[in-house]
Design a binder for this molecule. Structure first.
Ligand code: FAD
Length: 385
């Protein structure tokens, strides 16, 4: 966010809004595995999910660091932005590569909340992290594309109207480069479910509304294609850097929450006649977690600034996600330990946040793959896979 007072005002709105969604709200959703509809509604009405949409389309026209700060604050408040963050990280693909017609058709409706863009369909069971090995196919037939295949771990598909979908328009063995022949579509799921698209929820260790998708001769209009056919991998990569920065910001928020929660508990809990936080064995892990979170935050906002300035942000976005997800996990572990037995009690929210923040070392990209990227592309070491 360029302007400090603008920044503060937005974050104040986030804090006020989040105060209306305390631990009990999230515990109930977690228990029922239900989508936080009221929370999403409140964020939408406050205009917070449309911050990246240009003002001419009804959004606030802010940059990625504003979006990151909003997600960080949501997580620092004890809430969880996993129900909504895809609208932010897919936005770059639509803004940078979508046609004028696509932007005019969808952006004002997304900004107003009439239409939700919360699903991002990349991962497949047979490909995993090796994205270019995906086999979901989109075949051009007249004014349509016909889609067949399967996706896994596609979050929020049941609670989104639109999906950004990556599919092969040319089989991998017919391309010179394996990154060619992939295309991106902006698909209206309301018209697709029951006409070739089936959505099946996957139950996970936390409340993430993730699903499997099955495409069986789903026909979509050809004008759903974003940008040029066969160039989709490049469009998606750009979006993935934004996603890594935004997820890193959520981890920073989680880390702040764990440090705060531990600090408060260690100050108030008295054992052996003194606050447990008076023992260095308890206070040092809290101090260390604080330092780790602060350091990861610097990298995260440096990555966001580079992304906003249109400079290459691949290195920084990857390091931000790596450092922030490890810092939040270390803080989570410290927070459980500080709380002793009460860390495991549902009503303290620590165990819920602990489960939630663990994801980010695996998704949207796992730590090993980030290390491989840094080793190969930044440090020039031999390619390992
Ligand atoms: C809750 C949840 C929500 C998700 N939401 C979405 C979503 O909305 N959209 C979407 O498209 N995807 C989503 N994903 C998928 C996520 O991006 C993938 O799970 C992640 O990229 C890892 O892929 P994989 O699970 O297939 O693991 P794999 O690729 O099978 O990897 C398994 C393990 O092996 C390691 N590994 C693999 N290859 C190498 C190598 N060459 N060197 C070293 N280590 C290696 C990995 O680091 C990992 O630890 C979600 C996943 C989860 C769990």
């Amino acid at each position: 966010m360029g302007h400090d007072s603008e920044h503060d005002a937005v974050l104040e709105t986030v804090r006020r809004l989040c105060a209306g969604f305390p631990g009990e709200y999230w515990r109930a959703r977690d228990r029922e595995r239900s989508y936080p509809t009221e929370f999403v509604q409140a964020l939408t009405e406050a205009g917070l999910l449309g911050v990246l949409i240009p003002e001419s389309y009804g959004g606030s026209g802010l940059g990625l660091s504003a979006a990151a700060a909003i997600l960080e604050e949501i997580h620092a408040s004890g809430c969880n932005a996993a129900a909504v963050h895809a609208q932010m990280y897919t936005m770059g693909t639509v803004l940078r590569h979508g046609s004028q017609a696509q932007k005019s058709q969808w952006l004002p409706k997304i900004a107003s909340g009439e239409v939700r863009l919360q699903a991002f369909g990349v991962t497949e069971p047979g490909a995993g992290t090796d994205t270019t090995a995906i086999t979901t196919q989109a075949v051009r037939r007249g004014e349509s594309y016909v889609i067949n295949g399967q996706k896994v771990w596609i979050s929020r598909a049941e609670h989104s109207d639109l999906m950004i979908l990556l599919a092969r328009t040319t089989p991998r063995d017919q391309t010179t480069k394996k990154t060619d022949g992939l295309s991106v579509f902006l698909l209206d799921m309301r018209e697709a479910v029951g006409r070739g698209l089936t959505i099946k929820p996957i139950r996970t260790m936390f409340n993430h509304a993730t699903t499997e998708l099955f495409f069986d001769d789903l026909e979509i209009p050809a004008d759903c294609l974003i940008g040029e056919e066969g160039k989709g991998f490049r469009y998606i990569l750009d979006g993935m850097n934004a996603e890594r920065i935004l997820i890193a910001a959520e981890c920073i928020g989680d880390g702040r929450w764990f440090v705060d929660k531990a600090r408060a508990y260690a100050t108030n809990r008295v054992v052996f006649g003194r606050p447990i936080g008076q023992n260095q064995g308890v206070q040092f892990p809290i101090a260390r977690a604080y330092a780790q979170v602060r350091a990861a935050k610097l990298m995260t906002y440096e990555a966001a600034a580079r992304y906003e300035a249109g400079e290459g942000a691949g290195e920084e976005a990857n390091m931000a996600k790596l450092l922030a997800s490890e810092a939040s996990w270390a803080a989570a572990d410290m927070c459980i330990q500080t709380h002793g037995g009460f860390g495991f009690a549902e009503e303290y929210d620590v165990e819920r946040k602990f489960r939630e923040t663990r994801l980010y070392q695996v998704a949207p990209i796992s730590t090993n793959l980030i290390l491989a990227y840094l080793a190969e592309h930044v440090l020039g070491l031999p390619r390992s896979y």
